[in-house]
Design a protein around this ligand. Structure first.
Ligand SMILES: [Zn+2]
Length: 165
């Protein structure tokens, strides 16, 4: 039985039960805790009335896709390199909440997207040491079409329903 993270042979029963050696286990717990702190809104969203396709809405916050989507050893910012050394993970923000002028539109879809993720180093015999996405934060967003000016991804809690015409 081998450690799920560094692939070294596990020596004691406790480690075998966990699937991780002691060092990798404590790093995993730390990363799990960090990720828990990121999980804020998703559970609070449930229970809001169902949005329907074509529903007129207004909103002043939407999620915008961040650059630096794929990170590897060659393409890493100094900050990310430092985080990997200090914390053993990179906190990757894929979509950021952006505040803007109030916009109006109608709902044309619904998607589940990964808005944030942790990247950690993993070693396996085939690829060697590489970065892997170990924790993903999924959020449900509504796709809102605004007068020919494109599509916006809006979280349910940021949508306001417009009175039916
Ligand atoms: Zn290990």
């Amino acid at each position: 039985m081998y450690c799920a993270k560094c692939n070294r042979k596990l020596k004691d029963k406790k480690s075998v039960d966990r699937g991780y050696g002691p060092v990798c286990w404590s790093k995993k717990l730390k990363a799990d805790a960090e990720f828990e702190r990121n999980q804020v809104t998703i559970d609070e969203v449930m229970g809001v009335e169902l949005m329907e396709l074509g529903q007129q809405v207004k909103f002043s916050k939407s999620l915008s896709r961040q650059r630096g989507y794929g990170v590897n050893y060659e393409f890493m910012t100094d900050e990310q390199r430092r985080s990997l050394e200090d914390n053993d993970y990179i906190n990757l923000v894929r979509y950021k909440l952006r505040q803007h002028n109030e916009k109006q539109g109608f709902i044309c879809g619904k998607r589940d997207i990964v808005t944030a993720a942790l990247l950690q180093e993993v070693e396996d015999p085939y690829r060697g040491l590489h970065l892997m996405q170990t924790h993903e934060k999924w959020e449900t967003v509504y796709v809102v079409a605004c007068d020919m000016r494109g599509l916006y991804r809006v979280r349910k809690e940021d949508l306001e329903v417009e009175g039916n015409a």
